[in-house]
Each structure stands twice: as C-alpha cells, then as structure tokens.
Design a protein around this ligand. Structure first.
Ligand SMILES: Cc1cc2nc3c(=O)[nH]c(=O)nc-3n(C[C@H](O)[C@H](O)[C@H](O)COP(=O)(O)O)c2cc1C
Length: 175
C-alpha cells in the first residue's frame, strides 16, 4: 500500500480475528519500530511482544479498554526507558501501527489504567514507563480494514477529523 494512503486511511481496529499474526509480518512490524527516528538516536524504547492470548486476557484489566487486549491476536508493549522521550515513543508506536496497516493488520493503542501494576506484571524495572500497548490482529468482519485501492482524497473527505482550516495557522511574515 502506498505510504500516503496508509497514513491517511489508518483507523483504529478493536475487533480482531483470533488468527495468529504470521511471523514474517510480525517481524516487519517490529522492524518498523526499530527503524524509527529518536532524539539524538538514543532509541529509548524497548518492545515486549506478547502472543499468549491467555496472558493478554490476564493483563487486559490493566488498560483502559480491556476488550482490546482480550480480543487481540498479539500485543506490543512499548517500554520507555527515559520518561522524557514520550515523543520518540509516539513515533515508534505509530510506525509499527502503520506498518501493520499496510500489511492488512489492524491495531489500536491502549493506555495503561494501572501503569505500576503493568510494570510489576511485566517486570519492567526502575523509572521506565509504559506509554502504550499496541493491540494487533487481522480485522474481524465489520471492523475497519485497509483498502489498498482507495483514493487518499476520498478517504480524507470522509474522515472524522477537524478540517485543515481549523488546524493550520499560516504565518504571514512581512519583515
Ligand atoms: C495517546 C492515545 C491513547 C489512546 N488510548 C486508547 C485506549 O486506551 N483505548 C482505545 O481503545 N483507544 C485508544 N486510543 C485511540 C483513539 O481513541 C483513536 O486514535 C481516535 O479515537 C481516532 O480513531 P480513528 O482513527 O479510528 O478515527 C488512543 C489514542 C491515542 C493517540
């Protein structure tokens, strides 16, 4: 799928097929996180890949929307080893979700409801944080899914987002 179409068409998927994600595709998703840029290339992130659905169900109570974890095929816990690198974590998370989308795999970010509890359960040490857990899976029937032949302008005309005129302030510099 073309990069621009993937970016503008990416929607959160919260209903997944139970099928495991193919190994090759999972590696591509993780490589997309690894390849992300970060401030001074510090790469203050680590990723915990979770594929055991029983374990995902156990941990689901620790995020704000447990159903996303009870129903997903896999999840990637984004661990931030420096709490000041939130922006970098966002870049890595979005890259992984876009890579997944371009492969036909749905995803959703999940905010911890009990971050200390999650850290304990996953044995995440020290001052490291967990900004998000990405739930992943092939979209269930009826869930949003990538449409590689869609036209970006048609997608943009339909999305539930503020229009550019309300978002962008154009500097008029006369000096
Ligand atoms: C920082 C952040 C945290 C989010 N946390 C959750 C979450 O805990 N559970 C969830 O279902 N969606 C979560 N989302 C997804 C948002 O609800 C979603 O991006 C927004 O509603 C747009 O969805 P759409 O692209 O499908 O239109 C989060 C998104 C962001 C950016």
């Amino acid at each position: 799928m073309e990069a621009y179409l993937a970016i503008v068409s990416k929607r959160e998927v919260r209903d997944y097929l139970p099928d495991p994600i193919r190994e090759e595709e999972m590696n591509q998703i993780l490589e997309a996180g690894r390849a992300s840029g970060s401030s001074r290339n510090r790469q203050h992130w680590r990723f915990i890949l979770m594929r055991d659905r029983k374990r995902l169900r156990e941990l689901s109570v620790l995020v704000t929307r447990p159903a996303n974890l009870t129903g997903c095929a896999a999840a990637i816990v984004v661990v931030l080893t420096n709490p000041r690198a939130q922006f970098d974590a966002g870049r890595a998370a979005q890259n992984m979700m876009l890579a997944a989308w371009s492969l036909g795999i749905g995803s959703c970010p999940n905010t911890p409801a009990d971050e200390p509890g999650l850290k304990t359960a996953l044995r995440v040490p020290g001052e490291a944080g967990i900004p998000t857990i990405i739930s992943l899976g092939y979209p269930a029937p009826g869930a949003p899914r990538p449409r590689p032949r869609a036209k970006p302008e048609e997608v943009l005309a339909r999305i539930d987002r503020l229009p550019l005129k309300d978002l962008v302030y154009r500097e008029v510099y006369g000096g």
